[in-house]
Structures are given as C-alpha cells and as structure tokens.
Design a protein around this ligand. Structure first.
Ligand code: DTR
Length: 340
C-alpha cells in the first residue's frame, strides 16, 4: 500500500476537492481557504494592481483565514477564456473586460459608449452603481466582486492626428465599442486585446492605438507612438467575477469582507489609475520619449462630437428593441456621471 496516500496533505487535499471545491489548507487550527484569482494582463498594469490590492486587503481583513493566489499575465486564463474559466472552476475569481465582448454583456456595453466621462474615478463609480441598480442579466451566474473602468481612451499615434483627414484610413487598434468610434471618425479600426498590442505597434500592423494613456509606459508604446490627440473617447469596463454558487459556499464573515471590498475597489482603482498611473506615464513618455499632446481646434472638436453622437442613440434604439432597458440605463448613467 502506498503510505503517502495517508499524509495529512493528501487527506486535506482530497477533502478540499470533494467537500468545498476551494483549497482547504493543511493546518488543523484555522479552516483556511485559498482562492485563485486570474487576470489576463501583467500584474504591474492598473487592473493587475487592483487585483493585488484586493488580495492583500482580503487576507488582512480575514486575519489570514483566506489566502489569495494570484495569476497575472494570462498564466491561468486569457482575456476571452476568463468567463468560462470561472464557470468551469479553473479559477475561483476571474478579472476581464466586459467591453471586449459587448455581445456577451449587452447592457453593460452601454457604459463604453462615447459618454464623455471625465476620468476613470467617475466612470468606475457609475459602473459599480448602475450594475447594482440594474442587476444586468448577463452577470446572472456570477457574483461580481469588483468593477472599475479605464480612463476614456485617447488616440496615440505614430504620426500626429489633428483632424479627421489625418485619421483617414489610419489603422488604429481598438476594442469592443471603440471599433465603431474609430470608424465613425474615419479611421480603420483593428480589434485586438491589450496583450497583443505591443507587437502590433512594433511591427507596424497598426499606426496607432485608442485606449487609456498609461499604456504608453506600462506597455512601452511611447517608444513608437509619439503623439496623443487630446480628445477623450470611450472607457473600457472591467469586472472581477466569481461563480455565484461558489461564492455562496464561502463562510458569512468572508462574504461580508468581499462585499465591503466591492464597495471600495472602484474608488481605489479609479484614483490609482487617474492620479498615479496615467499622470506618471504621461510624464515619463514626455521626459524619455518626447511625447507630444496634439490639441484639436474648437471646430474639429465639435465635428468629432457630432460624428460620435449618433452612436449613443443607435445603441439605445437597438438595446430597447432587444428588450433591454437601454433608455433607462443611459439616462441613469448620465445622471450618476454628473453627480459628485
Ligand atoms: N482600454 C483597454 C483596457 C486596458 C487599458 N489598460 C490596460 C492594461 C491592462 C489590460 C487592459 C488594459 C484596452 O485597451 O484593452
């Protein structure tokens, strides 16, 4: 008989798999829980920093009863596999971007329209509040443990873009709701997830990107992209989710800390991203790579606004037609956006 089958570790591991489906630690005293938390991009990026902050706070506030094992950089799951990965139990918690996949998250897609959010702090607060108020069906099988957004995306390009004419035919990387925005302004949108972007920029597959500006430093894009056009476009939404049934099986005190953190993470992340991450990256890009900010003329600015406005109305119409509360959602988003 193989004696090793009777080690404490083997017994605990077998018990954990059968009974809890969370890792049950071998220590006899505390009923420790280990949660796996997966994200598709590197730990140093702002969503990755959010994950690390959440993990640290959960461990602290549960007095070490819960341990979080983080898997950044797509080591466990990539951006598009994340949602299934959570359902199938590959990870306990998965962080990905609903706005990469508007078909799957049809109501939340409304947050990533050109709605002139001033910054990530505001958009993150609005996203958290509308999700709690509307409880979109698309999150039905999940417990949403945190939500936040990037700042609105900006055009970052190899050649300066001062007008729609400059953008005409330019290949610009965008995602989800960013694709129609770039196309409406005359560019040619190329869709891809963030981890694929540095190579696409280096090899000239794209002439620029539209996303939040910290990528200039965090993904070293300022080495090739020397111009930012000062026109805020659309935010990217992020959600960290857990399978609902798994969440329900957690002890009440742990669930309570998770709820508490959910109410805090949007503000923590928005502040970190807006104030440290983006501003730091702009300074670094200017100092190290001579980044230049391109201002649009007032006429051009107004023209771009006019080109993007129909996208919001189109989305509302289509959402309403599909039986979603499209009008109410956007109305509430705008109302919350303007509340301080
Ligand atoms: N704007 C989205 C999301 C995004 C912005 N910064 C990061 C960093 C890591 C992952 C995703 C993002 C995008 O362009 O993909």
């Amino acid at each position: 008989m193989n004696r090793s089958r009777f080690t404490r570790h083997a017994v605990a591991a077998a018990f954990s798999a059968a009974a809890l489906s969370f890792g049950l630690a071998t220590s006899a005293s505390a009923a420790d829980i280990t949660l796996k938390y997966a994200f598709f991009a590197p730990e140093g990026t702002f969503p990755g920093q959010q994950m690390m902050q959440w993990a640290k706070e959960l461990e602290k506030r549960t007095d070490g009863k819960v341990k979080v094992d983080t898997y950044a950089g797509g080591t466990l799951l990539g951006a598009r596999e994340m949602w299934e990965g959570v359902t199938m139990g590959v990870t306990d918690i998965g962080l990905s971007a609903p706005s990469y996949d508007p078909g799957r998250f049809p109501l939340t897609a409304g947050m990533a329209l050109p709605l002139a959010f001033p910054d990530a702090t505001t958009a993150s607060r609005v996203l958290w509040e509308v999700t709690n108020e509307f409880e979109p069906k698309e999150f039905e099988q999940y417990k949403v443990i945190a939500m936040f957004t990037s700042e609105p995306g900006y055009l970052m390009t190899r050649e300066a873009v001062r007008s729609s004419d400059d953008l005409d035919g330019m290949r610009v990387r965008a995602t989800g709701s960013g694709v129609p925005v770039i196309n409406a302004l005359g560019g040619s949108a190329v869709g891809m997830a963030m981890p694929e972007v540095p190579q696409a920029v280096q090899t000239g597959v794209v002439d620029g990107v539209m996303t939040s500006r910290e990528v200039l430093q965090d993904f070293r894009l300022a080495e090739s992209l020397k111009y930012v056009t000062d026109y805020p476009m659309v935010v990217t939404t992020f959600a960290a989710v857990m399978d609902k049934n798994r969440f329900e099986k957690l002890p009440d005190d742990v669930k309570q800390v998770i709820e508490e953190l959910g109410d805090e993470m949007h503000a923590w992340t928005g502040h970190y991203h807006d104030v440290e991450n983006v501003q730091g990256a702009l300074k670094w890009s200017a100092d190290e790579h001579g980044l230049q900010i391109v201002e649009l003329s007032d006429d051009e600015y107004a023209e771009w606004d006019a080109k993007l406005e129909p996208l919001v109305n189109q989305w509302i119409e289509e959402a309403n037609k599909r039986g979603l509360p499209g009008s109410e959602y956007i109305e509430r988003v705008v109302e919350l956006r303007d509340q301080q």
